[in-house]
Design a binder for this molecule. Structure first.
Ligand code: FES
Length: 183
């Protein structure tokens, strides 16, 4: 900094400018040094980013069958409902349900046979079983959670037991007649 030889007071201004610039520079460096590790910590790992959405080929899921896919490290049930199962779901009076949703609201238009739900019980997060014979069979031909006995119907709607809401339908779309993208 120049000396204020002229005695006009500018030297004081220049000094303050320098101090302000120095403070701002230091502040930026300081914030940068603190923020970087936080940002790094918050960024999802690369493998999770790669699974942000998945595509599933439905070709080999026969009527009446279901598969369990994995999306964002959680199970997803993809089920090809039979006409009888669709009829059973549609025959239910939605107004009497705990979580009032019709099958049409839970499936895509013209594709009511494709039920896609998270395979996570809405009570405390166990993985329900599909329709199986034997002691784990649910009362409503949908899914049954063995942890505390929640029964879901053929549309994945809660019908009995402690679960508060229906099995969650994740965001998904049909890419063509036999391929869906979840996420
Ligand atoms: Fe499914 Fe409790 S976690 S009934």
């Amino acid at each position: 900094l120049k000396e204020d030889n002229a005695g006009d007071g500018n030297d004081g201004v220049r000094r303050r400018d320098f101090l302000d610039i120095a403070a701002v520079s230091f502040g930026v460096v300081g914030v940068g040094a603190v923020a970087f590790p936080l940002v790094n910590q918050m960024a999802p790992p690369a493998d999770v980013m790669a699974l942000a959405s998945i595509e599933v080929d439905l070709t080999n899921i026969a009527e009446g069958q279901a598969i369990k896919a994995s999306w964002r490290k959680q199970p997803v049930f993809i089920r090809n409902l039979t006409q009888a199962e669709i009829d059973e779901a549609n025959a239910v009076d939605v107004s009497g349900l705990r979580d009032k949703e019709s099958l049409a609201e839970r499936t895509k238009e013209g594709k009511a046979n494709w039920l896609v739900t998270m395979g996570v019980c809405t009570h405390l997060g166990c993985v329900p079983t599909g329709v199986v014979t034997g002691e784990n069979k649910g009362d409503y031909n949908g899914y049954f959670c063995p942890c505390h006995g929640s029964h879901y119907d053929t549309a994945g709607r809660i019908r009995k037991g402690p679960a508060p809401t229906n099995l969650v339908v994740p965001e998904f779309e049909f890419l063509d007649d036999s391929t869906i993208r979840i996420g």
